[in-house]
Design a protein around this ligand. Structure first.
Ligand SMILES: [Zn+2]
Length: 439
């Protein structure tokens, strides 16, 4: 009887969870078609239950009579957070662009590129893409896009709620390092976006449409377009380059527009499939066996010596993460979706781990364009990486364009994942071609 009651309880829980996912409008979610400007990621109805659809986990029960913890671990994950959860550091204004880093203010170039098949999403009508973007900013003129993203990323304003890359680095370094950005472009690439997004380390050679040339070098082609437009002398004035690619990035779409949207790989619809009917609508991706072809064809943010690559859904903290790599600080994460499951060591507490995805709504709201939710307010570096950053600075390992610094030593990364789906293998591959690592 005890066993039967226990089984019945388990089944009830499962049924409730599935029913809730399919038919119940989650608490706090806007009704269909009604956009809540505070939480726009909650307007979609996903087949799978999203973390923000669940209540916060109940506080751990404390055993009666036992000693109580001195520091109770009460915390809230970003999935259920909104902007009302932000608490400003008292007595500071690190976002002030007039205050420079006491050791150095890095001078960065933001270089924008689009494609024959992919304009900047913020130039398109609201909610017009297959991902239902853009959200809140739309119909911009192409010529206005570089200044828009420069200001969104690094000028205190309404849309970014006063939070910038400069603020992040000033706060994280206690005023030592600042960031300045100038914008360039938009430059039109000669090839379609998927020829850059589908490449060997994530897609393992799968999903390239007939007649296409996949695995193209976005960093090289974008840099060539920039230098052709402004000249090598102008380009040499900058300490580093943020390349910004039109469209979504794969890091923020493989899950929502893969296993969160489609129950099996064969359920992926033609809308999310390739421009080649002989290919399946799904494709290989980084952490799990499949995602939609369209998500797989997006670029994955990454960094190399002196530059990093991002896309329009990459929030401010994605840039802050990649700039860590530009300074030579390596990743500190593993595959949180690996089988068997492994502990995610520093998780949301660390910029070089899942903390990149912090911000209201957390990891599952990162598909928004522009990136105003998850990945808009990343965690600081934990002590390990603050120490590494300062040690590298003392060694003179700063960003110097055209002068690649030594790559990280073996063991700098967190635990690699199995089956080549995690950063372990990816970063070894990346190292061979002078690339520091993906997000
Ligand atoms: Zn990284």
């Amino acid at each position: 009887m005890a066993t039967a009651r226990g089984l019945g309880s388990v089944i009830s829980v499962v049924v409730l969870t599935v029913t809730g996912a399919l038919t119940v409008t989650p608490a706090g979610a806007a009704p269909p078609g009604g956009a809540d400007t505070e939480t726009p990621w909650r307007t979609r109805h996903w087949p799978q239950t999203q973390p923000w659809q669940r209540d916060e986990p109940a506080a751990l029960a404390e055993p009666g009579g036992g000693p109580q913890p001195i520091d109770p671990q009460h915390y809230e994950l970003p999935d259920t957070m909104t902007w009302s959860d932000y608490r400003k550091v008292p007595g500071t204004n690190w976002a002030d662009p007039a205050v420079h880093g006491s050791q150095r203010t890095f001078n960065g170039a933001l270089v924008l590129v689009d494609y024959p098949n992919q304009p900047f999403v913020v130039t398109q009508p609201a909610n017009s893409t297959i991902y239902q973007n853009p959200t809140g900013v739309q119909n911009l003129a192409r010529d206005d896009v570089p200044a828009f993203y420069r200001d969104f990323l690094n000028k205190p304003g309404t849309l970014n709620r006063g939070h910038t890359i400069h603020e992040y680095w000033m706060e994280d370094s206690n005023g030592r390092f600042g960031i300045e950005l100038s914008s360039f472009g938009v430059y039109r690439m000669a090839s379609p976006s998927y020829e850059y997004g589908i490449e060997s380390s994530m897609q393992h050679g799968r999903g390239c449409p007939a007649g296409a040339v996949c695995g193209r070098d976005l960093r090289g082609d974008a840099r060539a377009a920039w230098i052709a437009a402004v000249g090598a002398e102008e380009a040499a004035k900058y300490d580093f380059v943020f390349f910004l690619s039109a469209g979504q990035d794969e890091s923020s779409t493989w899950q929502e527009f893969g296993q969160m949207k489609f129950t099996t790989r064969d359920d992926v619809t033609d809308e999310f499939g390739p421009p080649d009917e002989s290919l399946p609508n799904w494709n290989d991706t980084r952490y799990v066996p499949w995602t939609s072809w369209q998500a797989s064809a997006n670029i994955w943010p990454n960094a190399a010596a002196g530059s990093s690559v991002q896309a329009e859904s990459s929030g401010m903290s994605t840039y802050a993460h990649e700039f860590s790599h530009i300074l030579g600080v390596g990743d500190n994460y593993n595959n949180p979706y690996g089988i068997p499951a492994r502990r995610d060591y520093s998780g949301p507490w660390e910029m070089l781990s899942r903390g990149t995805f912090n911000g209201p709504g957390g990891p599952h709201s990162r598909w928004l364009i522009p990136g105003t939710a998850g990945s808009s307010m990343g965690a600081q570096h934990m002590l390990r990486n603050k120490m590494k950053r300062h040690r590298r600075r003392r060694r003179g390992a700063e960003a110097v364009p055209g002068r690649p610094r030594p790559l990280r030593r073996r063991g700098d990364d967190g635990d690699g994942a199995r089956g080549g789906q995690g950063p372990g293998r990816d970063h070894r591959d990346a190292g061979r071609r002078g690339q520091v690592g993906g997000l």
